[in-house]
Design a protein around this ligand. Structure first.
Ligand SMILES: Cc1cc2nc3c(=O)[nH]c(=O)nc-3n(C[C@H](O)[C@H](O)[C@H](O)COP(=O)(O)OP(=O)(O)OC[C@H]3O[C@@H](n4cnc5c(N)ncnc54)[C@H](O)[C@@H]3O)c2cc1C
Length: 239
C-alpha cells in the first residue's frame, strides 16, 4: 500500500488562523492585510507562537469550523476493495476509484501485486480484544489456499473477458481482496474525524494502516494541527 499527498492548500494553518481571526474581530482579514497584522492581537512572541495559541484555543474549545477551509488530496495505491468500501463511507470526502468496469486486470502480475494477503495468512497467532489465539492451520497451508483461490479467480475472470463477457460482468468473479487504486480529497476537519474512526483499535487492520499513512502525510502538510491531533488519537489495540 502506498499513500501520497498529491495536492493541498499551500498555507493551511495560516488559512485556519485568518478565518478564525475573522470570527473574533470586525476587521477585514482579506489577503491584502498582511498575516502578521491579522494576528497582531493574539498572544505570542513570534508568528508561529501566535498561530499555536490560536489553533490551541480553537481545538480546546471544539471550534472546528476554521479547519474546514484547508483541503488535501491523497493518492492511494493497492488497497483491497474491502478497505476501499470502508473509507468511501465517509461522506465529507470526494473519491475517484479505479473502475473494474473500465480497467482490464492482467493475469500476468504476481498474485501479491493483484490481491491482498493479510498478516494472519502467515502469522501463527491472531491478536484480538479477546487476547492472543493460535491459528489452527499451518502458515504454509493458508498461503497455498490463498494462492489457489486467487489464481482461480483471476484465471476465471480472464477466460470470461477473453470470451467476450463485458469486464463489468466478469469482475463479479473477483474477490474482495482485489487491489485497487484511488484518489480522495478532504478538508482537515473531516480528515481528523476519519482518523478518529479508522485508527481505533477495533477498526480493521488495513484501513488502520491506510489511516496511519494518511496521518504521516497530513503531518507534513499541517504539522502543528496533526501532531497535536496525534497526541490525542485513540491508541492502537495491543496484546
Ligand atoms: C470499527 C468500525 C466498525 C464499523 N462497522 C460497520 C458495520 O458493521 N456496518 C456498516 O454499515 N458500517 C460500519 N461502520 C461504518 C460506520 O457506521 C460509518 O458509516 C462510517 O465510519 C462513516 O463515519 P460517520 O458516520 O462518522 O460519517 P462521515 O461520513 O465521516 O461524516 C462525519 C460526521 O458528519 C455527520 N453526518 C454525516 N452525514 C450525516 C447524516 N446523513 N445525518 C446525520 N449526521 C451526518 C455525523 O456527525 C458524522 O459522524 C464501521 C465503522 C467503524 C469505524
Amino acid at each position: 500500500m502506498q499513500v501520497e499527498l498529491l495536492d493541498c492548500t499551500p498555507t493551511p494553518e495560516e488559512l485556519v488562523c485568518r478565518a478564525a481571526r475573522g470570527d473574533y474581530s470586525s476587521d477585514w482579514v482579506g489577503s491584502d492585510v498582511p498575516f502578521a497584522e491579522v494576528m497582531e492581537p493574539v498572544e505570542g512572541d513570534t508568528i508561529d507562537e501566535k498561530k499555536q495559541t490560536l489553533m490551541d484555543h480553537l481545538m480546546r474549545s471544539g471550534h472546528w469550523g476554521p479547519f474546514e477551509h484547508p483541503s488535501a488530496t491523497f493518492a492511494v495505491r493497492g488497497v483491497s476493495r474491502s478497505c476501499m468500501a470502508q473509507i468511501t463511507r465517509h461522506r465529507h470526502a470526494s473519491f475517484d476509484v479505479m473502475s473494474l468496469r473500465y480497467v482490464k486486470l492482467s493475469g500476468e502480475e504476481a498474485l501479491e501485486e493483484r490481491f491482498t494477503y493479510p498478516e494472519t495468512f502467515e502469522s501463527d497467532e491472531v491478536v484480538s480484544r479477546e487476547g492472543v489465539e493460535e491459528i489452527e492451520m499451518s502458515a504454509e497451508e493458508r498461503g497455498e489456499l490463498a494462492d489457489e483461490v486467487y489464481q482461480k479467480c483471476i484465471d476465471a475472470y480472464t477466460d470470461l473477458v477473453e470470451a467476450g463477457v463485458p469486464k463489468e460482468d466478469a469482475r463479479m468473479l473477483l474477490p474482495i481482496g482485489t487491489k485497487v487504486n484511488m484518489t480522495f480529497s478532504m478538508n482537515a476537519r473531516a480528515l481528523m474525524h476519519l482518523l478518529n474512526m479508522r485508527m481505533k483499535g477495533d477498526a480493521q487492520w488495513e484501513v488502520r494502516e491506510l489511516s496511519e499513512k494518511v496521518l504521516a502525510e497530513a503531518k507534513e502538510w499541517m504539522p502543528y494541527t496533526f501532531e497535536r491531533y496525534e497526541e490525542k488519537h485513540p491508541q492502537p489495540l495491543s496484546p
